[in-house]
Design a binder for this molecule. Structure first.
Ligand code: C2O
Ligand code: CU
Length: 456
């Protein structure tokens, strides 16, 4: 129906009459462009990065549940197409940011408008879905926090973006994107770990302080094994979705793209410090240090669960099983070959094409989806990792749960599957569209571990 002047006036009046809170937040530009940033410790040169709004991590976006996100992506990169994928959001398919699947790639000098309602609260992140092996490694990743209408009772709420960088001695980002060794082995592991793009997060706190720590792993391959000292920690959410009951933990494993929201109580005394550390092959490193000083906070009872997001039913009894077999990579290879761009190829020919991995014999995106589900159908996917490396499997547009006998694990959007393991996930196909299902280590994604599902 054409928008006549009269109808337009009527619409404007109706809008003016709405209470202020119903109005969408004003549009925000996110400009992807080269920038310079002091990444390496002081004394080293500054590093040329690619950034969103000049910041690494990209400018933090904060909204409240129920708001409408309204962002214009401006591509000011010199020579690469880009997009924004809103990781972990259950959004309309056309807003998912996957080039050639949900939208056209955004060329340099062009823009794309993302606009959708934020139905879920939680800790999310955003990153390009074009040449991510290079774009994410150069710094294009930011956090999107959607707050609960009523925040939990904490003294402070902090986002800790864990990342690692592969930098050369002159503090230049090593340009070995898509190196075949990384693709066929454990991905692009870095040599310099950062928290919010600094060597370490430091924050002085009073004894007994209760913090909400939103941990986000934006690394392209590193799996963080986190331990604590001088604090008591509860997991309240994984991948943005609240646990029914906060879980007391002494360690957290965070694979690429995963998020964990912790509530921590500082137990260290004044004059001491609390530490969040990462266990690496080279040793244990403090990622966040909280020197403790001042008078004690009142002590609180164990934290309450966060208000749940509205999750769909899982009908395990009537679920359809669609197994996923991961194969390939160094050590195991693809002895049976695989289908790549419509052609059956042997392992040698695949390697020549820079392809090393397959899902159910399919290397990279096929013309037909890995699985076609009808709306509301429950699908169980036993994922078998028959490779010599761990993989971080991510489903777009919907969260899944792991199946444990009769019970379920927490809702997640990314699951780490270790070599030799089978982990079964189940989800309700409640969001229509074409959705990526891939390993979130871009080196693996670009060399075969990338496919899609269709919900209609
Ligand atoms: Cu974080 Cu395909 O995405
Ligand atoms: Cu992988």
């Amino acid at each position: 129906m054409p928008l006549t002047r009269r109808r337009f006036l009527a619409a404007t009046t109706a809008l003016a009459a709405l209470p202020h809170t119903a109005l969408a937040a004003p549009r925000k530009d996110l400009t992807a462009a080269p920038a310079t940033r002091q990444l390496a410790p002081e004394g080293y040169a500054a590093t040329d990065v690619w950034a969103f709004n000049g910041q690494v991590p990209g400018e933090m976006l904060r909204y409240t549940q129920g708001d409408t996100l309204d962002v214009r992506l401006v591509n000011a990169l010199e020579a690469q197409d880009t997009t924004i994928h809103w990781h972990g959001l259950r959004l309309p398919n056309a807003m998912d940011g996957v080039p050639d699947l949900t939208q056209a790639p955004v060329a340099p000098g062009e823009t794309f408008d993302y606009r959708f309602k934020l139905n879920d609260a939680g800790t999310f992140w955003y990153h390009p879905h074009t040449n991510s092996a290079e774009q994410v490694s150069r710094g294009m990743a930011g956090v999107l926090v959607v707050e609960e209408p009523e925040a939990p009772d904490v003294d402070d709420d902090r986002v800790l973006v864990l990342d690692d960088w592969r930098i050369a001695e002159d503090a230049v980002i090593h340009p070995s994107f898509g190196a075949w060794h990384d693709m066929s082995h454990a991905g692009r592991l870095g040599n310099y770990i950062t928290v919010n793009a600094t060597p370490e997060h430091r924050q002085t706190v009073r004894p007994g302080t209760r913090l909400r720590l939103r941990l986000v792993n934006t690394a392209t391959a590193r799996i963080f094994d986190l331990r604590f000292r001088g604090l008591k920690a509860w997991v309240v959410a994984h991948d943005a979705m609240p646990l029914d009951t906060p879980e007391r933990v002494d360690r957290v494993t965070l694979g690429p793209a995963q998020r964990t929201d912790l509530i921590v109580d500082i137990t260290a005394e004044a004059g001491d410090e609390a530490i969040l550390a990462s266990v690496e092959r080279e040793g244990t490193f403090a990622l966040a240090t909280f020197p403790v000083a001042g008078t004690a906070q009142r002590t609180r009872p164990a934290p309450l669960p966060l208000p749940p997001n509205d999750m769909p039913q899982i009908d395990l009894e009537n679920a359809r099983a669609v197994p996923l077999l991961m194969e390939g990579g160094a050590m195991r290879g693809l002895p049976e070959g695989g289908t790549y761009e419509g052609k059956k190829m042997d392992m040698g020919a695949l390697a020549d094409a820079g392809q090393f991995w397959a899902f159910n014999g399919q290397v990279g995106m096929g013309d037909t989806p890995l699985l076609a589900a009808s709306m509301g159908e429950t699908i169980r996917v036993p994922i078998t990792n028959n490779t010599a490396f761990p993989h971080a499997m991510h489903l777009h547009g919907m969260h899944f749960r792991e199946v444990f006998g009769e019970g379920f694990g927490p809702w997640r959007d990314t699951i780490l599957v270790a070599p030799g393991e089978t982990r079964e996930v189940v989800f309700n196909a409640h969001n229509p569209g074409d959705w990526m299902f891939h390993c979130h280590m871009p080196s693996h994604q670009m060399s075969g571990m990338m496919n899609w599902i269709r919900v209609s």
